[in-house]
Design a protein around this ligand. Structure first.
Ligand code: AMP
Ligand code: ZN
Length: 112
């Protein structure tokens, strides 16, 4: 999608601090970290949000979760939070599916 910030990061048109990359997804540090560890995992194919997950793209989403599990294990994290905001009221500011991975501090529940 030409006008999408995260598609531009995938295309290399906007720089990112890369954590992990493969054919299906990219992980990079959030530019405005909300915890000592805060990175985002995004699919390389544009999906607007979890609301656009279908049987056709679910394999990519499942793969992203395996990447999160592996990456967190690699970082020695045994407690972390995975968040995906859907829509403006929930706080989604970039309309390209992303999982936030947050760790390294005590967290509260419910989230604000
Ligand atoms: P959300 O508000 O849930 O849609 O999450 C979007 C996230 O993208 C926010 O946490 C932003 O800080 C982050 N973000 C926005 N622009 C960039 C960028 N150029 N590089 C890294 N993270 C970004
Ligand atoms: Zn996109």
């Amino acid at each position: 999608m030409s006008d999408c910030l995260f598609c531009k990061i995938i295309a290399g048109e906007i720089p990112s601090s890369k954590v992990y990359e493969d054919d299906v997804c990219l992980a990079f540090h959030d530019i405005d970290p909300q915890a000592p560890t805060h990175f985002l995992v995004i699919p390389k194919t544009h999906i607007g949000s979890v609301a656009e997950v279908t049987e056709d793209n679910a394999a990519a989403v499942a793969h992203m979760l395996t990447v999160i599990a592996r990456q967190c294990k690699k970082l020695g994290l045994d407690s972390y939070r995975v968040v995906s905001n859907i829509g403006a009221q929930a706080g989604q500011s970039v309309p390209h599916l992303h999982f936030h991975v947050l760790a390294g501090r005590d967290m509260t529940w419910p989230p604000g």
